[in-house]
Design a binder for this molecule. Structure first.
Ligand SMILES: Nc1ncnc2c1ncn2[C@@H]1O[C@H](COP(=O)(O)OP(=O)(O)OP(=O)(O)O)[C@@H](O)[C@H]1O
Ligand SMILES: [Mg+2]
Length: 275
């Protein structure tokens, strides 16, 4: 998560979910963003394929929610299931204030967590791609999460925006915690995205972030690579593209960076499991 648009949330989520699935974890990827980029990356067209619903909204809405299993679909990657998103998710942002004023929202921030509890046995890891805003959807994801990744493009304006995001998030989490909810997480990390090691100003920002946040910044950064953005043009991740589609060094550099990031996250997960 991060409310900075274009900070690499979807790209990171898609590659993480796919890498974990390829490694044998049973993974559920959830698109919580009405823009539905994660959905499109997995071959579901948000504007055509979900005319009768089928997003997480159906399972977390206040009236007549469906079992979460009803909105889970297989992808063609073994071990990877998807709950797609589309504009309908916005309903949750509109309905929650109404439900709160009627007094029947209950603990709105637990709706995602409670829905996920129904399929707890089926998955090892759930990856949630959040929208670039700090609304009820993002807060619900934050309440459901056991680990949090904040994507950060290392440039000054992005860092300033992130600091606002963190402050607002902390305030909101305090409010929720005051109502008795456990808002602690097993881990929280910053992930540097679209990083260009030859860019001097970026390096200064990276040095600054590492000094400020220490080991809360993942060691491995997600390098900026035309291989990643090119794959995105055909709605693919780099894990789906042939190595021969790119200059070998371009491909290798990008895939090494992605694997290093994703395997570092897998290690955090293993550590949480006590392995
Ligand atoms: N490591 C990378 N190298 C090159 N391009 C990248 C990389 N990561 C992301 N991009 C490109 O940057 C753009 C924004 O990335 P992405 O959609 O992942 O960001 P986002 O944070 O999910 O955006 P939004 O806030 O709109 O949801 C995309 O076009 C993507 O292809
Ligand atoms: Mg996105």
């Amino acid at each position: 998560m991060n409310f900075k648009g274009g900070s690499g949330k979807t790209t990171s989520s898609a590659h993480l979910a796919q890498r974990l699935a390829l490694k044998g974890y049973r993974v559920l990827a959830i698109d919580l963003d009405p823009q539905a980029s994660l959905t499109a990356l997995h071959g579901v067209q948000p504007e055509f394929d979900l005319l009768d619903g089928g997003t997480l909204y159906d399972a977390i809405r206040y009236e007549d929610p469906v079992p979460i299993a009803a909105v889970i679909r297989k992808t063609y990657i073994p071990n990877l299931d998807l709950i797609p998103g589309n504009l309908e998710l916005m309903e949750f942002e509109h309905e929650t204030p109404r439900a709160l004023s009627r007094g029947n929202a209950g603990l709105f921030f637990f709706r995602v967590k409670e829905a996920l509890a129904q399929v707890d046995e089926r998955y090892d890891v759930v990856v949630i791609d959040c929208p670039p805003q700090l609304g009820f959807l993002t807060m619900s994801a934050l309440s459901a999460a056991t680990g949090v990744l904040v994507t950060i493009h290392p440039e000054m304006l992005d860092v300033m925006s992130m600091s606002q995001f963190l402050r607002m998030t902390a305030d909101l989490m305090d409010v929720i915690a005051d109502s008795g909810a456990d808002m602690s997480h097993d881990w929280m990390r910053y992930l540097l995205t679209r990083y260009e090691p030859t860019d001097a100003p970026q390096n200064r920002i990276v040095a600054f972030l590492r000094t400020m946040y220490g080991d809360k910044v993942l060691n491995a950064p997600m390098l900026k690579s035309t291989a990643i953005s090119d794959a995105g043009l055909t709605k693919q991740t780099l894990y789906e593209v042939e190595r021969s589609a790119f200059t070998r060094t371009t491909y290798d550099r990008a895939i090494e960076s992605l694997n290093a990031v994703n395997d570092e996250i897998a290690q955090l997960i293993q550590k949480t499991w006590g392995r």
